[in-house]
Design a protein around this ligand. Structure first.
Ligand SMILES: *Cc1c(COP(=O)(O)O)cnc(C)c1O
Length: 441
């Protein structure tokens, strides 16, 4: 079979390629994208090329949109030097430059570069375990602190260790029962960014969480959470006070604190990091997704000097991880340029403007009968339905209105690129509200 015709290519795709969370025997519809620039994808619908606004930033990564001149230039320049060299025993300017930017941005001392968000979470969890392994436990047996403490409703990635701290019901635990280690899950914090210590729902959550932590304290290596916004676990917004409660519990009981900022970093929720709204500081932070502005897969794990020292003094004598493509120079060079661009464009101001526009534009959805909640946080806008979204129908209805959106479960949401104009955001919100009204009423 030739691949010159689009129909032949789509047939091969359908017959041979896995897509995320897809079935080979009954694949869902897929649209071919021919190119992308600015906030727009050029994709083909029923044989007809069309331009649509990407309301998803390609799963939250493409914060500057597509074909970004500054990122293209950084890539081209780096390709002229080298696309990749191994990081074992070698180093290079792109890694050093980006490392310095990340140390300043996150405020922690040591940087481990990995290749995806899931791997960053793997590394963070290994770091926490290794940090305890040198702390007076039997060195041959390692540490008794073998469990993570987290909250229900989280999402941390699809490899085994991250999967084990994803929500045990919404995640894939039951599918892989017996293979996924069992960690400790506190209740999901109540919804609401502004809830304070005295709010009755917070008081109840805190006491249940404290009791559970105390029951398991001796086995807990670390707390791991997505600060303030649980992303793929349900776009759940919760109070920074709860993040602080978890941190203080960890501190009281000698456990470490890992913040998974893979979705929340780089101003997506308003401040530079999701946890900037909290008071207490973490020991380990993971960043990924928007790190390269959506150009390449790259992630980083940052930790304190104390954690780094403990890991280095653990029985292994080193951090026992080293991906083949660690600190890929091409990805690092693009990430550096992306961070520069976020600062020079004042991402915080862009996100604040978009946030207001999302809140105004999505508000009419509240009057729809299928809608139970509308919420926004930074450049994240969510319409929650009382039922599972008919994804193919909703996708088509949004495309009819010039917008690419990928709902999941009962959520229709947008995370627009930060370069989306006021008109672009209005098109997105209008399309989301209109598509929900048309498909679900
Ligand atoms: C997407 C995501 C991950 C996983 O990242 P991948 O690059 O898909 O492996 C982990 N944690 C959070 C919070 C995420 O949003």
């Amino acid at each position: 079979m030739g691949l010159d015709k689009l129909d032949d290519r789509l047939a091969f795709d359908r017959d041979h390629l896995w897509h995320p969370y897809s079935s080979i025997s009954s694949p869902g519809p897929t649209y071919a994208v021919e190119s992308a620039s600015g906030v727009r994808l050029r994709l083909v619908r029923d044989g007809v090329p069309t331009e649509v606004i990407d309301a998803m930033s390609s799963w939250w990564c493409a914060v500057h949109g597509y074909a970004v001149p500054e990122l293209d230039a950084a890539a081209t320049e780096q390709l002229g030097r080298m696309s990749h060299v191994m990081f074992g025993g070698l180093t290079h300017e792109p890694a050093i430059r980006l490392g310095k930017q990340l140390v300043d941005f996150v405020g922690l001392d040591h940087v481990f570069f990995a290749d995806s968000g899931s791997v960053a979470v793997e590394v963070a969890m290994k770091m926490a375990w290794q940090a305890h392994a040198g702390q007076g436990w039997s060195s041959s047996a390692g540490t008794q602190r073998t469990r993570m403490f987290t909250i229900r409703g989280g999402y941390h990635g699809d490899t085994f260790s991250p999967m084990s701290v994803c929500d045990p019901d919404g995640g894939m635990h039951s599918m892989y029962a017996g293979l996924v280690p069992e960690h400790v899950f506190a209740p999901r914090p109540p919804a609401g960014l502004g809830l304070g210590a005295d709010d009755p729902v917070i008081v109840a959550w805190e006491s249940a969480t404290r009791a559970l932590f105390e029951q398991h304290a001796a086995e807990i290596a670390a707390v791991i959470v997505e600060p303030v916004l649980q992303g793929a676990g349900g776009m759940h917004v919760y109070s920074p006070y709860c993040v602080d409660v978890l941190t203080r519990l960890a501190r009281e009981h000698g456990a470490l604190v890992i913040h998974d900022e893979i979705a929340t970093a780089f101003w997506r929720t308003g401040p530079a990091l999701g946890a900037d709204r909290a008071t207490e500081r973490p020991d380990i932070v993971c960043v990924g997704k928007a790190l390269t502005g959506g150009y390449l897969s790259l992630s980083a794990v940052l930790c304190t000097a104390e954690v780094a020292a403990r890991v280095s003094e653990s029985p292994a004598g080193a951090m026992m991880h080293g991906p083949t493509f660690m600190a890929n120079p091409l990805a690092c060079a693009i990430a550096s340029a992306s961070l520069d661009l976020l600062v020079s464009r004042d991402a915080a101001a862009l996100v604040e403007r978009i946030s207001g526009e999302l809140a105004t534009g999505l508000a009419p959805a509240l009057s729809l009968s299928s809608v139970v909640d509308v919420r926004t946080l930074g450049a994240v806008g969510v319409i929650e339905l009382d039922r599972a979204v008919d994804v193919p129908a909703l996708t088509e209805a949004a495309l009819d209105r010039g917008v690419w959106v990928r709902p999941f479960r009962n959520l229709v949401y947008t995370m627009p690129p930060y370069v989306a104009s006021t008109d672009d955001v209005a098109t997105i919100t209008g399309a989301l509200v209109g598509a929900v009204a048309e498909v679900h009423g």
